[in-house]
Write a protein that binds this ligand. Structure first.
Ligand code: GLA
Length: 311
């Protein structure tokens, strides 16, 4: 293989189910991700069980943007769990898109690429998702969260505190977004259901509060923001599950000072914050798969034997 691309997953700190209505999100790209090693070929030959519809949809979206018809042969290697609420399909689309752009010599702006990948997701599996996952995978920056306004695509990076560990705990509960109520929720929101609208309004306010708390170095403010965010997803948006609710309670009882579900919901993971000295303890007590998350840079391309390029 002549080149590799690596696209990270993401954990969304706050701003859940706000992206597809043009709200605010605050994701962090993480150390877990998807790597594709590839070389040019006649057709698209990607060894990625289950990934074919996504890869084909990315191909079609890039063709619509004028990509030359150059194929690739590639092998996929992932340490990002699928369906865990960590943006795995978005990261896969981003990795495939960067590889396809590379073999065809096509340069696209990160947000143009993110939008193409978001459309590919909808084309592949019919999930009308927003741009959160793909934007985080492309625009992440180590040591920072990405504050993105999904209406204007204006964005900036907010430094993460050194003295706070970010944990992801995977409930193990899996509901694919296409089979879940994701599309229902979006429809209900667009129809103006008062509780769905209230979630989005209060969640956008929580993103602003969280950014303000991070910027004034006030981690004590984060616990109540996470608690209100989780309650709103549970009660107003109804995308949490009893398993996720219980895992949030377990993380708090084990010493985390903030915890809430993250991602699309209906299963998947929670995100928790803890003092670094307590993080291992929280992981051990939770009794599920989990990670202490390191923030990472967005997707990179690497020629075999050379230094990486940011996408
Ligand atoms: C999934 C979608 C995102 C976003 C989140 C909820 O991860 O892919 O676009 O809507 O759910 O915040």
């Amino acid at each position: 293989m002549t080149a590799t691309v690596r696209a990270p997953g993401r954990v969304n700190l706050i701003g859940e189910h706000t992206d597809y209505s043009g709200g605010l999100v605050l994701p962090v790209a993480i150390q877990l991700g998807i790597t594709v090693a590839f070389e040019p070929a006649d057709r698209l030959e990607l060894d990625a069980p289950g990934g074919e519809p996504y890869a084909a949809a990315v191909w079609d979206e890039l063709a619509a943007l004028g990509r030359r018809d150059v194929g690739l042969r590639g092998a996929v290697d992932a340490d990002l769990p699928q369906g865990a609420g960590l943006g795995s399909s978005g990261a896969f689309e981003v990795a495939v898109a960067l590889a396809l752009c590379d073999v065809a010599g096509l340069e696209l702006e990160p947000l143009e690429l993110a939008q193409a990948c978001r459309r590919a997701e909808q084309r592949a599996v019919g999930v009308p998702s927003g741009i959160l996952d793909q934007a985080a995978s492309l625009l992440g920056r180590a040591g920072h969260a990405l504050l993105l306004d999904c209406a204007t695509l204006e964005h900036r990076w907010v430094p993460l505190p050194q003295d706070v560990a970010i944990l992801v705990l995977d409930s193990g509960e899996r509901h694919s977004l296409e089979a879940s109520g994701y599309a229902d929720r979006r429809r209900e929101l667009e129809r103006g259901d008062p509780r769905r609208v209230r979630h989005v309004q209060t969640e956008n306010a929580r993103v602003r509060e969280m950014v303000a708390a991070l910027e004034r170095g006030d981690p004590a403010a984060l616990g109540p923001i996470f608690a209100a965010g989780h309650a709103s997803l549970r009660d107003d948006y109804e995308v949490s599950t009893p398993t996720l609710d219980a895992l949030v309670a377990t993380a708090l009882a084990a010493g985390a000072f903030a915890a809430r579900m993250t991602g699309g919901g209906f299963g998947g993971s929670i995100v928790a914050l803890a003092e670094p000295a307590r993080a291992e303890d929280v992981l051990a007590h939770a009794g599920v798969d989990g990670w202490i998350v390191r923030s990472s840079d967005g997707a990179i391309r690497r020629r075999t034997g050379s230094t990486p390029d940011r996408a």
